[in-house]
Ligand binder design. Sequence first.
Ligand code: FE
Ligand code: CA
Length: 523
Amino acid sequence: MHDPSHDPRLDRRAFLAGGALALAIGSTAAAAPADPGASAAKAGYLFSLGVASGEPLPDGVVLWTRLAPDPLNGGGMGPEPVPVRWEIAEDEAMRRIVRRGTAMAHAAWAHSVHVEANGLAPGRVYWYRFSARGEASPVGRTRTAPAGKVARLRFAAASCQDFQNGYYSAYRHMAREDLDFVLFLGDYIYEYAANPQRTRQHRGGETVTLADYRNRYAQYRADPDLQAAHAAFPWLAVADDHEVENDYANDRSEKQTPPAAFLARRAAAYRAYYEHMPLRPAMAPRAASLPLYRRRRFGDLVDLFLLDERQFRSDQACPGPRWGGQVVNPDKCAELADPRRTMLGAEQERWLLQGLARTTGRWTVLGQQLLMASLIQPMQSGELGVWTDGWDGYPAARRRIADRLVAARVPNPVVLGGDIHSFWVTDIKRDWRDPRAPAIASEFVASSISSSGVPQVITDAGLKLPYVKLAEARWRGYLRCTVTPEAWRTDLMTVDTIARPDATLATLKSFAVEAGRPGPQPA
Ligand code: FE
Ligand code: CA
């Protein structure tokens, strides 16, 4: 079952054996673990956190690595800047090099590098690697975005990878797929303290400082399955709440931390996020500000809007003693319907609504964090309520997007989300209470990679709603989306367990959307 051609550790060995570059190989460089369940973060290897690529454009990608010989204890690099050589080739053996250069890794950015490798050809596969201080990185594979007339695009969408809750088999399987890119929709890390009751343990307490967040990202990125998925495809990532703190909203902590103190924490979290993600250098944060929302075009086939639903949002309505989300009866929370309440912030919302009026792709995709369909659910009191941290907490803002999709006749809108740790397939409607209202868009929500599923009472409530086609919390996994000019197909990919690192993969169900006919149908 294990396909060595997609295993970056084996690729690196192959490279070392081939000796394509004249490098003085340190004795630790070849000490990669053979057991996929073992930590790759060992024995002082500079590239213990692997390699990654991201932000694919038709003529370039971002190449990422971070020098970290002691990844779980601050990195172990000291204060000095270190030159890192990079090269990108047309072949896996790294013989036909098309671009190379040197980037400086600085202590201020945790010795991470974000190289913009440009001048590449559209829609093709490349391989890349780094070297520094006589050591070579694993070889990563990446792919530029296609341009012009695009016949097919295939990608995975994933979210929510609580390390403590289980293993990342889903990524090991994902790494063997044939994908143009991976979309990550939020909760890349969880900030929580170590919990000895769980399958795997975080190191240290709840993350608050920059040092805490760096060590937490390093612990996640040391996972061999996650490394394999990064080394196999370029990623496009957006963040949700747990990259900073559960349910945070703009400058509001769920723990009622004073906003200035919370923004210092947010700045640390955003900085560590950038340091560990294959983002463009222009996306580096300034203090607590991270320029994350963006638009990507995949030729004439897909216009992708990647949204940020945490940094600029209004605080959750009608807060209880704990700020953050709760289930409230909308009839008892007038604030919910206030049109001034925003999910995206004024600037991002304007950018999105204007962009939606000027798309050029056959399909229009919103890559965002949350379930967008309204989820009416039972409360402990017996009343019906909505969850204030999700889109149901921002109904006027959601309606403004729906109105724009209709008014601008946005071509074939598809909403992708995560956060709720369960699969959801829904019709997006303008008016959720009108059973005759037509579907105006199609929604697919990825289950978690490893985070624990929502209680079945939630999915049972969802399944009673006429616009919910599927709600399934029992399985962890990801979405695999295949897009052509005629149709969109989403396969719900599941692993049979997260209690062990050797789970098997299955397709739970598949849905299709025909171009011109909004609403997913069983495929
Ligand atoms: Fe989550
Ligand atoms: Ca979340």
